[in-house]
Design a protein around this ligand. Sequence first.
Ligand code: HEM
Ligand SMILES: *[C@@H]1O[C@H](CO)[C@@H](O)[C@H](O)[C@H]1NC(C)=O
Ligand SMILES: *[C@@H]1O[C@H](CO)[C@@H](O)[C@H](O)[C@H]1NC(C)=O
Length: 538
Amino acid sequence: MELTSPILVSSIILISTILFLLLLQRRRTTRKQTIDGAPTLTFKDLVKNGHRFLDWTTEMLLSSPTNTITLPSTVATSNPSNIEHILKYNFSNYPKGHNITDTLHDLLGDGIFNTDGDHWKLQRKIASLQFNTKSIRSFVTNAVQIEVTTRLLPLLAAAAVSGEPIDLQDTLERFSFDNVCKVAFDVDPARLAGDAMDGGRFARAFDTAAEISTNRFRQPRFFWLLRRKLNLGEERRLKEAVRTVNEFAMKVVHDKKLKGKAGDDDLLSKFIEDDSEHSDEFLRDIIISFVLAGRDTTSSALTWFFWLVSSRPEIRRAIRDEVSAVRAKHGSEPGQELKLEELREMEYLHAALSETLRLYPPVSLEPRACLADDKLPDGTEVKKGWSVMYNSYAMGRMKSIWGEDCMEFRPERWLVNGEFQAKSPFKFPIFHAGPRTCLGKEMAYIQMKAVAASVLERWLVNGEFQAKSPFKFPIFHAGPRTCLGKEMAYIQMKAVAASVLERFELEMAPGEEKERAHGFTIVLRMNGGLPIVVKNRD
Ligand code: HEM
Ligand SMILES: *[C@@H]1O[C@H](CO)[C@@H](O)[C@H](O)[C@H]1NC(C)=O
Ligand SMILES: *[C@@H]1O[C@H](CO)[C@@H](O)[C@H](O)[C@H]1NC(C)=O
């Protein structure tokens, strides 16, 4: 079992808690659910399915009439109305909670990713302001393109010459770590270049610290607390790793502050520019949170993407056609860096990546703590101190959201292909609605179209990407705590996918064509990596 990011490790706590509670009530083998018809949970089931927790809860959620189940002290749901309630309408009743934030405090401190309440609110305000400027957008694009053209493509080209299989998942993880550090504080750990530089030490310490911090979720709380107190084993290594991470980050913060208003465009410089009174610790924490949030998520998505398209030549062709068409329009040559505008115009690629995220959400389970007794829109009771978690992996597999073909990888489902999309007449009652709807509607359109076709143009969305409600597609979370890196993630994923597919053909390494599985991990990593052989096109 590999735990690469703590975002969701807390579900492991949940399993241990559930196991424990079930042990206590072992004689009562079944538990009555709050919703009639929802599946019942037995101790035997849990033991049998603990290792495939994600798929197993998905099966239960899909067979429950309201897509919600009650486990001991825990409510799991994939019901969009419930999710909208938890993440938006009753946001203040469902924070991350101390059980999670205390466990990650040594590494993350009070950074945006690991706080609730006013301290979170302040950081959120600053960060969303600074992460949405034009200059940071071009900084992100530039950083991504440099990493793609000077490291990723040469690495793949070398693999094409040698013919040796490489693990694409590992390569992409190195890529996204380099990239997020560059964007967060203008540091290059050079992971894709073999950790050669000073930042490499930081990168290794960060990995160690993240891994040991998340391991804490797998033990009873008193156990790691005691080991921390005695400074033993893993906890000692954690302390050392955190010291390295902090020293490095503090030095960067210091140097940046000394430099003053140099007009640099990385996130840290933006925060300092925003208010030079922020304490060094405050700046360090917020930066470390960003590195954690951005490091394994996009690499997971891209790994599943390359695997999914490896068996779908027609989808690879459609992506390449789109890349060529966009390049032709902008007068750029294959192999040149792709500009932000060009990436923006790749609607089909945007759809193919979103389709990947739908079936393989990098963050599949999200737990929240319940502060006070409450009732969810579907009638499920939640008690104070319980955990409420939503399962976006299950949501991508729900016919009620995606239709009968929800298990199919079909990017087209995200596109509206030049067809007129009528709105409900109750949202657009221009011609009245119901029994007395205007009788002359059709004639009116014929007339208007003949006279002024251009007036209607904006209703014709030509192969454009259509976003889903974030409560039906909560891959980037939703509500006030929505992922701040969503736009950066798409820029990064599109740049990598377009540049790699334009130049190379990636094939699964011989003997590795089988289905790929994911472990029970926080970020949805592929078991055994993604072994591929690289071929030059043409
Ligand atoms: C495909 C890629 C990504 C996915 C699927 C994703 C998903 C998520 C999710 C589910 C959350 C909520 C986590 C929680 O509250 O426990 C989140 C939060 C966050 N993400 Fe992302 N993320 C991605 C990429 C990124 C990148 C590249 C960055 C930044 C460089 C980033 C920065 C953040 C930050 C700062 C938060 C915390 C927001 C807050 O608590 O207010 N993410 N992301
Ligand atoms: C957090 O832990 C405490 C025990 O330390 C427990 O009583 C509480 O229910 C937990 N809350 C959540 C949301 O997990
Ligand atoms: C939110 O949760 C509280 C419990 O803290 C509950 O009393 C209240 O009715 C809920 N609010 C909404 C809008 O459902």
